[in-house]
Ligand binder design. Sequence first.
Ligand code: GLU
Length: 296
Amino acid sequence: MPAPRDAVSTPLLRFAPSPNGRLHLGHAYSALLNDATARRLGGRCLLRIEDIDPVRSRLELIAAIEDDLGWLGLAYERPVRRQSEHMSVYRAALDPLIARGLAYPCFCSRGTIQARVAQTRAEGAAIACDPDGAPLYPGSCRILSGEEAAALRAQGAPHTWRLDMACALDEAPGPYAFRCFEPDGSETDVPADPSRWGDVVIARRDVPTSYHLSVVLDDDAQGISHVVRGADLLAATDLHVLLQRLLGLRSPAYHHHRLIMAEDGEKLAKSRGSETLGDLRAGGINAAEIRAKLGF
Ligand code: GLU
């Protein structure tokens, strides 16, 4: 069951964009809904910049995000937490998971994994996919001996760290659930199945963390009580509750909101070249029109 939250504290929410592109309408909806929910609950909403990606995160994009949010009429408390400034915190959470035998180094490149998956399929075996549709990691590096892994690390071989899902679930058996809340204030417990993510990457090659690890650590460190985010992250919550249990962290209540789609019915995404708030602003639309378009 979800860990109990402190019933007397003020509700605390966060809007947590990743600065690897300009905000689009979907972000605006999420930011506005976080703000409206915080007001309705009599709480506050923080801004958190999820800039763990050293290649794609750019300072000018952080400035543009803050500028777009201000233009929308949203103001946030200072200082704004930036994940890139807390790598030592993530490292300090990752190391004990490794020491407990719950994470192992993975030296596979994306190409190696694809080839292994293709070969397994060619041999007629099925490979399950994670909730995002990616094949589950086939486990090649899970079976490396401690000596083999240590030798590769000593040679400086690049590696991620993967959660050993079977060991994690052995150490912290379910059942798992998380608390979901609706705009009308009703709450329900939703069952979670972390095993559908398999041996997921919890620390990337270049930084001692991943989206999943940082998000649960930061939500706890900041005392976030209510998470409002897009429905595309609903399935990830199954994994987040497992990480929270393994790390002894609090579990917020979650609301996963509808996604704002592009006119062609596809998901808005930086990678698809979707119109950004910057483009809309340059086209002459004003903030009140954006708010009205999104129902605020
Ligand atoms: N940084 C994530 C994103 O921009 C959101 C994470 C979250 O709300 O949990 O998609």
